[in-house]
Write a protein that binds this ligand. Structure first.
Ligand code: ADP
Ligand code: MG
Length: 474
């Protein structure tokens, strides 16, 4: 009995439908057409290269089973892929694609008849989707000019700058930037995007938060437009994906991103990814995606040191045309050490408060504000801060306290600073030592013992160490 390709495929579809959920079925099998059955080989037409990869990756077992059931154990499946004129890259893909050689049920001739070319709706809902019209979603304020350089960000910043000069052409692909919150990932990744646009106006840059990407993907499933969604991302030259950790546990979205990543990477396009953790610590992200992240460079942004914090504040004040007394700037920089966002937030609150209440910006106002707005949530006592208090109390500059001198009163101030650093910060003895003029951990331990002894035995000493402690806890 000769079988007809349509009936065979319909029989397959019935089985497939019984085995996967309805939305996936509609999404991935709805658009497939059976085109011929010849020598026991069924040819099906899929709308794109991406589509083919997805089917191969997710439904290959099911497909193989149903084909064998319908056509016997010699039955084979062949794909014919419609090439869209707009997606010029897709034609090159099969030779480099992993799936084209692995686990393939059969050969995959390309149908170069160039089926109907399709336009890709932009998930950012910007009408008239011509490639050049894609809005990059970049914020002009997040430029390299506004990004203050410091020891804390040197590697990440210079790698970012190099990428912006030669997107896709350096070995920093992907460039993976990670840090705690509020330390400049978004700013730096956008700076790269802006710089690329300056250097190469013809390149398409896109910044997207992983959260947006996720919801666009979900929408695309709902609207049956996942291919369009993917195609949209496949035409980007520089893709910036911010906060990838948000995709933890979202396997389908990670799959889609994996495909987009591969497509872009294979075509020499640049990827910039940010995350709150280094790749090795990213829980809930599939190993194959993690392994891709390790192809390029992972660079972290650390908490800025005191000078950089002061420079960041000055930079922001200058940019906003604002003025603030130096001691207030220093006080802020001393008090808030873990997040640039918090630092800027405190500065903005103080400026707002002073102008609303027509009060001058003074140290007292700053102290009040910090207590009200920052203290309970984020204010941390830092080693810098403790050193500053001790320095003010004894009227000895911080760099003298941290020097190597053995003068008695300076040694004493240094020991007290070390003692409080141990008591009020989470820093290790070694870290405190490094911060107090490169001493070793034994020196810090010794200092803590000396201070404890004197506190037990010397009443006068106890009273002024108590004074200092009160100032630290203000
Ligand atoms: P993240 O994305 O890591 O949470 P952001 O990039 O949003 O952090 O940075 C928080 C704020 O701090 C932003 O307003 C940013 O402009 C500012 N900022 C962070 N690092 C720097 C820096 N090195 N120079 C100037 N501003 C910075
Ligand atoms: Mg961010």
């Amino acid at each position: 009995m000769t079988q007809n390709h349509i009936t065979v495929w319909n029989n397959c579809l019935e089985v497939i439908h019984d085995n996967i959920d309805h939305i996936a079925f509609k999404n991935w099998f709805g658009p497939i057409k059976a085109v011929q059955l010849k020598n026991n080989v069924l040819t099906i037409q899929v709308p794109s290269q991406f589509f083919y990869e997805w089917i191969e990756e997710h439904y290959i077992h099911l497909l193989r089973k149903t084909i064998k059931k319908e056509l016997g154990k010699d039955g084979k499946l062949e794909y014919s892929i419609i090439m869209s004129n707009k997606d010029k890259h897709a034609i090159n893909l099969p030779t480099t694609n992993r799936n084209a050689t692995k686990n393939r049920p059969t050969t995959m001739p390309l149908d170069l008849n160039r089926g109907k070319s399709k336009s890709f709706p932009n998930p950012f809902i910007i009408p008239g989707i011509k490639k050049i019209n894609i809005n990059s979603q970049l914020n002009e304020n997040y430029s390299f000019d506004n990004f203050v350089e410091g020891e804390c960000n040197r590697l990440a910043r210079s790698a970012g700058f190099a990428v912006a000069q030669n997107p896709g052409k350096t070995s920093f692909n992907p460039l993976f930037l990670y840090s705690n919150n509020g330390l400049g990932k978004t700013h730096l990744s956008q700076a790269i995007g802006l710089e690329v646009k300056n250097n190469y106006p013809e390149k398409t840059v896109l910044y997207v938060r992983a959260e947006q990407f996720l919801s666009q993907f979900i929408d695309s499933i709902r609207n049956n437009s996942t291919q369009d969604f993917v195609h949209f991302y496949q035409v980007i030259d520089v893709l910036i994906m911010d906060d990838i950790h948000v995709l933890a546990g979202k396997e389908k979205t990670q799959d889609i991103f994996f495909n987009i990543f591969n497509h872009l990477h294979q075509n020499g396009k640049q990827l910039i990814i940010t995350s709150d953790k280094p790749p090795v610590d990213l829980a809930g992200i599939t190993p194959r995606l993690l392994s891709r992240f390790k192809w390029g460079l992972a660079a972290d942004l650390q908490t800025p040191d005191l000078e950089t914090r002061i420079a960041i504040l000055n930079n922001k004040l200058y940019k906003d045309g604002l003025k603030m007394p130096e001691d207030v700037i220093e006080y802020l920089a001393y008090s808030i050490s873990t997040s640039v966002r918090e630092l800027e937030g405190a500065m903005v609150s103080i400026v707002a408060h002073s102008s609303l209440n027509k009060k001058d910006i003074t140290l007292d106002l700053a102290r009040n504000m910090i207590d009200k707005f920052v203290k309970n949530t984020t204010r941390e006592i830092s080693i810098d801060y403790i050193q500053k208090i001790v320095s003010d109390y004894f009227n000895i500059p911080v760099d003298i306290i941290n020097s190597k001198t053995r003068k008695r009163e300076i040694v004493q101030a240094r020991q007290i600073a070390m003692y409080f650093s141990k008591k009020y910060t989470n820093s290790s003895l070694a870290a405190i030592g490094v911060h107090c003029g490169n001493k070793d951990h034994a020196t810090v331990l010794h200092a803590c013992r000396v201070v404890n002894n004197l506190l037990d035995t010397d009443k006068q000493y106890r009273s002024y160490v108590g004074d200092i402690e009160k100032k630290i806890k203000v």
